[in-house]
Design a protein around this ligand. Structure first.
Ligand SMILES: NC(=O)c1ccc[n+]([C@@H]2O[C@H](COP(=O)([O-])OP(=O)(O)OC[C@H]3O[C@@H](n4cnc5c(N)ncnc54)[C@H](OP(=O)(O)O)[C@@H]3O)[C@@H](O)[C@H]2O)c1
Length: 257
């Protein structure tokens, strides 16, 4: 029998009806992995489930912990233990310091942070009971450093990067691994409102999904790409603030944004 391409039998994905996680779901299904796909009920979610016998929809709102707990219980009863939980539901809201969109800020924090911990709280107990499992959390390179226009998104992604660090430390020795996935710009509807002049090294959702699936089976703590943007933002993060702010301002000016 040919060796399986991926080390998971059942993968649960939130944000599965979206661009990046939908692409990941399709790639996993094409390799024979069983995918439990979660998003709010929609034609998009139904179409994803209809696209492969290996994908089954488990509609739920990640802002509602009890819906996620029920979805996980149903998935494990119907499909078997979840080997990998990929928590990918997320959103971007523009941030203008002269006209702060409080609703956008609160919605971003809720979806990008509460939505993730709700997913962790739903999937983790059974993984701990089995002494095995893998939690993968979608962050963003913009969680590494503050950036103009990113006050809502960046703050929420910084929060999940910090959360992932805590989880990783606390879950050491339990058999449950944690990966934080921090891509740069991906060409998806999520960032349609972002100033195109400020988007650097934009990649397709196919490239993004491929890169994630190349690395995730090795269970690294962090997956971050493209390396040019990762390197720049990590350098900015680590510089003394007296240097980092002028560097970012110059960079933004040079981009003509
Ligand atoms: N695009 C980028 O440039 C980029 C870069 C780095 C990281 N990321 C991260 O990657 C992830 C996916 O991004 P994407 O660009 O593929 O986004 P997307 O296409 O907009 O997909 C977002 C997904 O989140 C789901 N969702 C939204 N609210 C939900 C809720 N309350 N309950 C359940 N699901 C909900 C959406 O489904 P429904 O609305 O149908 O429920 C959809 O499936 C996000 O976490 C994003 O922050 C994206």
């Amino acid at each position: 029998m040919a060796e399986a391409k991926y080390p998971w039998r059942v993968v649960w994905i939130t944000g599965a009806s979206g661009a990046i996680c939908g692409e990941i779901a399709r790639r996993l299904a094409a390799a024979g992995v069983t995918v439990a796909a979660t998003a709010r009920p929609s034609g998009r979610l139904d179409a994803l489930a209809a696209s492969s016998e290996h994908i089954k929809a488990y509609p739920a709102d990640v802002l509602k912990p009890e819906e996620l707990r029920s979805a996980v219980a149903k998935i494990e009863a119907e499909l078997g233990p979840i080997d990998l939980a990929l928590l990918g539901a997320g959103m971007y809201a523009p941030f203008d310091v002269r006209n702060i969109d409080l609703d956008g800020f609160h919605r971003s924090m809720a979806l990008n942070v509460d939505g993730v911990i709700n997913g962790v709280a739903a999937a983790l107990p059974a993984m701990l009971a089995r002494n095995q499992g893998h939690l993968a959390i979608m962050g963003s390179l913009f969680g590494y450093a503050g950036w103009p226009g990113n006050g809502s998104y960046g703050a929420s992604k910084a929060a999940v990067i910090n959360l992932a660090e805590s989880l990783k430390l606390e879950l050491h020795g339990t058999g449950v691994d944690v990966t934080v996935i921090n891509p740069g710009f991906v060409d998806t509807p999520l960032n349609a409102a972002y100033d195109p002049k400020k988007k650097l090294f934009v990649m397709t959702k196919e490239r993004c999904a491929r890169k994630i699936l190349e690395k995730l089976p090795k269970r690294p703590y962090e997956i971050a790409f493209p390396m040019q943007v990762e390197g720049f933002l990590k350098t900015v993060r680590d510089l003394p603030r007296a240097l980092s702010f002028p560097v970012v301002r110059r960079f933004i000016k040079a981009m003509g944004a």
